[in-house]
Write a protein that binds this ligand. Structure first.
Ligand code: FIX
Ligand code: ZN
Length: 416
């Protein structure tokens, strides 16, 4: 294998990083909303600072009782987090760095460390214009939301049939249905679905009706659920029965994939609320079983444990109805994004969606994509350089084609 001249290596690296820097992204999993959803859309510096990732990191330094922390205003929480993580310690963690990348990309002077100055900037923004600005800075074409019909505020907005910004696609989130069935039965009844806890034939039909109704109302691209490391299938449980009798039949009937986000231990430390969730290694056999026994259904899968990543890639090599996506949550860190992306490119080629932002605050799309683009570009460039060393020269158009597939094209092909 010939050693490539450095100039050629540099050219390939530049071509790939330009293609990755310029591609318009479809962000396939987020928790952001268009302004029409009101307070569900979080944005601005105080929301950035009180992101649950930063709450978890702050609580490692401060011994304030959790309840007292949650009782103070968001502004005071942000003050404490800024003081603790940015002023009393260097903000080197990925989540801290993310806040600074965002402020910098917005043109704010990070060197002043002047939180009040940053607050004045955000106070002057009009949310509709700010959505445009954030999408532009992040290079986003559209996002897929996380839409929970069991959230009252969200539910009311959908039932009000307000026009939804077409850059925000919906995903029907059914954690409430699958992970807390008993608590969900009375709500479904309230909404006119005659269901009962024991999931008989009528309940199966009614749950299917519920899913169809909300897929249609939201024009949902997929159904999604987060699942614990202990998730088992098949299993004699309401969750397994609802998946096999309701979710998968409706998925096949409507052509909507079923997205499984597997490996979260909810509220390992309840005092930390959203920041209290943790991770556990999950069984890949469940994914294998579902993909092989429900060949007509399509599965979007991301797993939370680093230990599951290799076997997930190998499983995707066995099942074309499985699409692997994202470096989810505790994996959304540069060293792990790099590791996972290289492994996925080597095992799955370009048939993967390497990243999603999981943005909970609108502004986060700016830093999460700035950081991930750079890491993915570096891993990808290495592949084209290896190819060139064997004499296979990918053209700029071919590279742009491949990059477009990774940052949204594959997803649209899979969901359509
Ligand atoms: O289940 C999910 O969609 C998770 O992404 C969230 O629940 C989690 O809190 C989060 O924000 C991860 O980044
Ligand atoms: Zn999420």
């Amino acid at each position: 294998m010939a050693q490539l001249p450095q100039a050629q290596i540099d050219t390939i690296r530049e071509t790939v990083s330009r293609a990755v820097a310029e591609v318009k992204i479809t962000d396939i999993h987020t928790h952001i909303y268009p302004p029409v959803f009101g307070e569900l859309l979080l944005w601005g510096v105080d929301e950035l600072l009180t992101y649950h990732y930063l709450v978890a990191e702050t609580m490692r330094y401060v011994d304030i009782p959790y309840d007292r922390f949650w009782a103070i205003s968001k502004r005071s929480q942000a003050d404490l987090i800024w003081k603790t993580l940015f002023l009393e310690h260097s903000p080197i963690s990925e989540s801290c760095r993310g806040v600074l990348t965002t402020l910098d990309r917005l043109g704010l002077d990070v060197s002043t460390r002047n939180l009040e100055e940053y607050r004045r900037f955000f106070a002057a923004q009009k949310v509709e214009d700010y959505v445009d600005r954030a999408f532009e800075l992040a290079g986003i074409e559209s996002v897929v939301m996380t839409n929970d019909p069991f959230d009252d505020l969200e539910r009311r907005t959908w039932l009000a049939n307000k026009p939804i910004d077409s850059r925000f696609h919906a995903a029907l989130r059914i954690d409430g249905l699958l992970n807390s069935w008993d608590a969900t039965v009375p709500r479904l009844r309230e909404w006119g679905y005659s269901v009962s806890p024991d999931i008989g034939a009528e309940t199966v039909a009614e749950v299917r009706r519920f899913l169809r109704d909300w897929i249609e109302l939201m024009e949902a691209l997929y159904m999604a659920v987060s699942l614990p490391p202990t998730f088992a299938f098949p299993e004699s449980s309401p969750r397994a029965k609802l998946i096999s009798e309701c979710v998968l039949p409706v998925a096949v009937e409507t052509g909507r994939p079923f997205a499984m986000m597997i490996g979260v231990k909810k509220l390992t430390n309840p005092g930390l609320r959203l920041a209290g969730d943790s991770v556990g290694k999950s069984s890949i056999e469940v994914v294998e079983y579902l993909c092989s026994n429900y060949a007509d259904a399509r599965f979007l899968v991301t797993m939370l444990a680093r230990e599951n990543q290799h076997e997930l890639c190998v499983t995707a090599r066995k099942f074309r109805n499985l699409h692997v996506f994202g470096c989810w949550w505790f994996l959304n860190n540069p060293s792990i994004i790099d590791e996972m992306t290289r492994m996925r490119l080597e095992l799955l080629g370009l048939s993967v969606t390497p990243q999603h932002s999981d943005a909970r605050v609108l502004d986060q799309v700016i830093y999460k994509w700035a950081h991930s683009r750079a890491i993915i570009a570096e891993a990808l460039a290495g592949k084209y350089i290896d190819l060139a060393a064997s004499g296979w020269q990918a053209s700029e158009d071919e590279i742009r084609r491949d990059v477009a597939a990774l940052f949204g094209g594959n997803f649209w092909t899979f969901v359509r």
